[in-house]
Design a protein around this ligand. Structure first.
Ligand code: AMP
Ligand code: MG
Length: 337
């Protein structure tokens, strides 16, 4: 009798442990549209429902600060001549963007909005500006037009800031922090190709992040611990005129879509904001310059797809990246330090 009783207690304890484990790793998902892109936040465990609500609030708050098209945002007001406290959230994002501009020798440039707007990339009213028009507009671009006066930032007339190149990455960091603050230990966030993970995969082990290919299928899978996996691609936003494709990542030298032989570049690192800015910068640099930059500066690693279908992967990422089986014939070149 005693033996049966003991067995029942063990069974009950095991069942309780199992239920608790299931509750700890229960999956919760929240999808919405923000920052001009579909957002899907997935979090695990009992703190997830509250954490996801906080994370959505955090994303929307950042959007209200940084959006270049919302007339009331801090960035839009700066763009119409108002001053902005340098210590505000938008002020700090602009300072980070300026540092990334200097770090990437101007490949990442947050002052290209006058040119970007002429192409219609933020409104969807696409057109091809003439070379003369772009040359004129480029005079209003450049970090020299941003003034720091005491604790404030101000733009010269005609100059405009656009943080579209790092905003989603920054939002992913802020959302991850909101989830952490709510007690969530495991989450994966996707803001239109900007993926950010928190903690380890439920049950342990690395996250497996699918990287999209231009045709909408899979390019491959990247395994990652907590951190960011951010992709910039010329298929994300583009239009065609007379058989020519024009996309949303501009070469700051010309104000025209960067024709650097890159189709897409995926960057991995601990910080979403940096990975986002660097994905845009590596795209502008192209394969040779990006590889040289990575070797010289030891910056965040990348996997790059070039316009002839070849792949380029930094050595410390090569072992964590698996090319999709449909592309097994693609040539993969490993960049070594
Ligand atoms: P991403 O998709 O992260 O590469 O960012 C592209 C967005 O960044 C564009 O929609 C523009 O808002 C902005 N952008 C375009 N070209 C550049 C550039 N060279 N440097 C910084 N931001 C850029
Ligand atoms: Mg970017």
């Amino acid at each position: 009798m005693k033996k049966y009783f003991f067995g029942a207690v063990v069974l009950l304890a095991a069942a309780l442990l199992f239920l608790r484990h299931r509750e700890n790793w229960k999956r919760h998902e929240l999808s919405f549209f923000a920052m001009d892109t579909p957002v899907t936040l997935t979090a695990y465990g009992p703190a997830a429902p509250r954490g996801l609500r906080d994370a959505e609030d955090a994303v929307r708050k950042i959007e209200r600060e940084l959006s270049v098209t919302m007339p009331t945002s801090a960035v839009a007001r700066l763009n119409t001549g108002e001053t902005l406290p340098a210590a505000s959230a938008a002020g700090r994002a602009i300072t980070a963007a300026l540092e990334l501009c200097a770090e990437t020798d101007g490949a990442f440039d947050p002052t290209l909005y006058p040119a970007l707007r002429a192409w219609g990339f933020t409104t969807g009213e696409y057109r091809v500006p003439s070379r003369d028009e772009l040359t004129e507009l480029l005079k209003q671009c450049g970090v020299r037009h941003l003034r720091r006066e005491g604790g404030s930032l101000r733009l010269e007339a005609g100059a405009m800031i656009d943080l579209g190149g790092l905003g989603k990455g920054l939002a992913s960091d802020v959302a991850a922090q909101a989830l952490k603050d709510a007690g969530v230990e495991s989450a994966v966030l996707n803001l239109g190709g900007n993926v950010r993970t928190l903690g380890a995969r439920p049950g342990g082990g690395r996250w497996r992040i699918g990287v999209r290919a231009p045709e909408g299928d899979l390019l491959g899978v990247i395994e990652t611990d907590e951190g960011a996996v951010v992709t910039s691609g010329n298929y994300e936003r583009f239009f065609e005129r007379d058989g020519v494709r024009y996309w949303h990542i501009l070469d700051p030298q010309t104000g025209e879509p960067a024709r650097s032989r890159v189709v897409s570049v995926t960057v991995c690192g601990p910080n979403g904001e940096r990975c986002d800015a660097l994905s845009t910068a590596y795209f502008v640099m192209g394969p040779q310059k990006a590889a040289a930059f990575w070797k010289e500066r030891g910056s965040e690693s990348f996997v790059m797809l070039t316009d002839n279908g070849d792949l380029l992967a930094c050595e410390d990422l090569a072992g964590r990246f698996t090319v999709d089986k449909e592309r097994k014939n693609a040539k993969v070149t490993v960049i070594r330090r």
